[in-house]
Structure formats: structure tokens, C-alpha cells
Design a protein around this ligand. Structure first.
Ligand code: SF4
Ligand code: SF4
Length: 393
């Protein structure tokens, strides 16, 4: 494993961090045995940064349980997050934070985030509730070592936020498809010049840069470096940049972890130059042509009161362009439960708007679901499904 230095503290952080948003699970329950095997292997190979959050179901508790059982708390940095949307008064900070300590079976957090800050105005709301005083107290008591923010918003808001507070670090969504999206490359460089360590989330764009690369783009990559996997292209692109401190990856299969560990052993700053940048420009153009909705499948918009599987609808919709219309339609039938007694199609949306305010990608969900309906709900779909359901009853 290679390490980069957190420029504010001198901490040596593994360039590969373990993202715990999507841990292995069975029927919605985290599979502790499988997760433990992954965590232990990662730690043995030098991964020393684990990222979780209050709102990732079961994730903090699973991480706490496994680290505690194996006596590994002090071998890793724990990062977790304050769900700022759930904070309405000063007392909420302690209530949530104490719960996090309890779940994580620890008495301190190494990297504590303001989760999903999108603008200076949102930070101001927290300041009005007294967050600065609270952070000061927590740092003084040693319960929080470093404070930062994870960001989903516009570039100008990002740079403004960087300047608004004496942050210890920040985390941005960044990958070769998001060079000019959200904080983007300009934001990354801005924060770096201010001396901040920068952690990267969504390096694979919710898995799309691993499993959803259009064939045409795969051919472009293979034609240049046949030995390198799609994940290798995406992660090496990030590690090539000196401004990147650490890249988070959600690894829920041992093969994913092993591949990432091997890549992290060999990646170096400056290993790629202009020739590879040109390849990425071509790949980006192919992607933009193929993918219509930039959904990463984070599930923050869920649950929908109409039971619509919003990310599932968008996955199917994107597949119908990137792969084949019929493949997208098949996915749509599965993701909407078309054959079940209670299907929830995109057209079931009642435009209540509950979902949109939670989307870190600022997707106009209501409008896009109408596009999904147009493409994936041919006139025959509902009558045929209705007959099929009666037959199956
Ligand atoms: S706007 Fe539509 S998709 Fe969003 S929560 Fe409401 S019903 Fe569900
Ligand atoms: S629509 Fe937005 S909030 Fe919902 S899963 Fe996709 S990216 Fe996440």
C-alpha cells in the first residue's frame, strides 16, 4: 500500500480508502461475516481509512462491531458524518454524535464531516444553530480530531465554502467523467492550494465506470492499454493527480478489493500524461452520448411514497441508451416490479417533490421520470403486465 500525507496533520493515509456506504448485504441486512473478511484483508494490506455515515443503514454499527471484535480501532482512521439535514437545534449535534460513538464503539472520531453541504447558505444555517461552538468543544475534548465537509454542489459554492471556515479536510465527488462537474478539477486544485487534504468519493460514478462503460469506450481503452481494467483506468486517473490525497472505494466483493489493492500498490503521481488525457476526452464524449441521467444510485432520494425505485428507473433508462433498448426494458420490468402484484412504474410519480431536494446530483427527478415513462412504458406494457399478473395469481 502507498500512503499520502494529510497536509494538515501529517497523518499517513492509504491512497485507497474503504467506503462503507454499500457493504455486502442479504435482504437489506449487512452480511457481517463477509464484511469482516473484507475489512480484515484491507487492513492487513495497509488500508487505514474507513468512511461511513450516520445515514448509511447499519454501516456505522457494522464497522464498530468488527473493529472492536478484532481490537483494531487504533489501527485505522474512522471517518463519519453529521447528517446536517437532520439538525434543527443545537442539542441535535450531541444527540446524533453520541449515537455515532455508541454505534462505532469508540470515544473519538478521526475525520468528522458535515455531510453533504451544498452551499455557503447551508453552512450558515448550521452556524446559526451554533455548530462552530460545538466543533470547538468537541475538538478540545478530543472526541473529534479533524473536521471537514463532503460536498455536492456548484464549483463557486465549493470555493466559497473552502474559504468560510478553517476546515481540516474536504471530500468531493470526482472522476474522469466529472472534471467540470460539482467542485471538479478547478475546485480540487483550489482546495489543494489552500493546503487542504482532499478525499475523493464516487471514483467509479456509482459503479458506472466499472460496469456501465459503453462498448465503444471500452474499445478505445483496450486499444491503448489492453492490460488495464476499466476500474484501473478510473482509479489511476485519480491517483495520477498530486492534489488527490485518498480515493474511497466501496468494495463489497473480495475480487474488487484485491483488484483495487493491486492498483493502489502501483499507482504514482504523474504516471500518465497528455496521451492518456486525450483517451479520456474520447471516452467522456462516448459516455455523454450514451448516458442521459447522471444518477449514481446513492439512494438518498428514497424511499418514494409511491414506492417508485427511482435509481432503478434511471439505471434501466441509461442502459436502454448505453447498451440496448431491449436490455433497458428488461431491467425496467425488474426494477419496477412489473410482474408483481404491486408494480411501481415511473408513471406512478405524483410530482410530490419529496425526492428532488435530497439528490446530490441535482437531478430533476420528476422531469426525468417522465422521460423514462416515454421511453420504457410502451402502450402495451401495463395491459400486458396486468394480464400476466392475473395469470400468475
Ligand atoms: S416526486 Fe415522484 S418520484 Fe419523487 S417522491 Fe414524489 S412520487 Fe416519488
Ligand atoms: S436520483 Fe439522485 S438521489 Fe436518487 S439515487 Fe440517483 S443520484 Fe442518488
Amino acid at each position: 500500500m502507498q500512503y499520502r500525507i494529510d497536509s494538515k496533520t501529517g497523518n499517513k493515509i492509504s491512497i485507497l480508502g474503504f467506503g462503507c456506504m454499500r457493504l455486502p448485504s442479504n435482504l437489506g441486512q449487512i452480511n457481517i461475516e463477509k464484511t469482516e473478511a473484507l475489512f480484515l484483508k484491507a487492513i492487513k494490506e495497509g488500508v487505514n481509512y474507513f468512511d461511513t455515515a450516520y445515514i448509511y443503514p447499519g454501516s456505522e454499527a457494522a464497522l464498530g462491531q468488527i473493529l472492536d471484535k478484532n481490537n483494531l480501532r487504533n489501527s485505522v482512521y474512522i471517518a463519519t458524518k453529521l447528517p446536517i439535514m437532520m439538525c434543527k437545534k443545537f442539542e441535535d449535534f450531541d444527540r446524533i454524535f453520541n449515537k455515532e460513538l455508541e454505534r462505532l464503539k469508540t470515544d473519538y472520531i478521526d475525520y468528522y464531516f458535515m455531510h453533504m453541504v451544498t452551499s455557503p447558505a447551508q453552512w450558515q444555517l448550521l452556524c446559526d444553530l451554533g455548530i462552530e461552538k460545538w466543533i470547538e468543544e468537541k475538538k478540545a475534548s478530543g472526541q473529534i480530531k479533524q473536521v471537514g465537509f463532503s460536498f455536492h454542489g456548484k464549483k463557486d459554492d465549493f470555493t466559497a465554502l473552502v474559504d468560510l471556515y478553517n476546515w481540516d479536510f474536504c471530500q468531493i465527488q470526482y472522476n474522469y467523467m466529472n472534471i467540470n462537474y460539482q467542485a471538479g478539477r478547478d475546485g480540487l486544485r483550489y482546495a489543494y492550494e489552500k493546503g487542504m487534504p482532499i478525499f475523493i468519493m464516487e471514483p467509479l460514478l456509482g459503479g458506472r465506470l466499472a460496469d456501465g462503460v459503453p462498448e465503444k469506450a471500452v474499445n478505445v481503452m483496450k486499444g491503448t492499454k489492453p492490460e488495464l481494467s476499466k476500474v484501473g483506468w478510473a482509479l489511476n486517473w485519480l491517483w495520477n493527480q498530486p492534489e488527490v490525497t485518498m480515493v474511497l472505494s466501496g468494495m463489497n466483493e473480495m475480487s474488487h478489493l484485491e483488484e483495487n489493492l493491486s492498483l493502489a500498490d502501483h499507482a504514482t503521481v504523474g504516471m500518465w500524461g497528455e496521451a492518456e488525457e486525450k483517451i479520456f476526452s474520447q471516452v467522456e464524449a462516448i459516455f455523454n452520448e450514451a448516458y442521459k441521467v447522471p444518477c449514481t444510485g446513492c439512494n438518498y432520494c428514497m424511499p418514494c411514497p409511491q414506492n417508485i425505485n427511482i435509481p432503478g428507473c434511471f439505471t434501466a433508462y441509461n442502459t436502454s441508451f448505453a447498451i440496448k433498448k431491449s436490455t433497458g426494458l428488461n431491467q425496467y420490468m425488474i426494477n419496477t416490479g412489473a410482474m408483481t402484484q404491486t408494480p411501481a412504474f415511473a408513471s406512478n410519480c405524483v410530482s410530490c417533490g419529496k425526492c428532488e431536494k435530497h439528490c446530490p446530483q441535482n437531478i430533476e427527478i420528476i422531469k426525468e421520470l417522465k422521460n423514462v415513462k416515454k421511453r420504457l412504458e410502451p402502450v402495451w406494457l401495463k395491459p400486458v403486465m396486468s394480464v400476466a399478473r392475473k395469470v400468475m395469481r
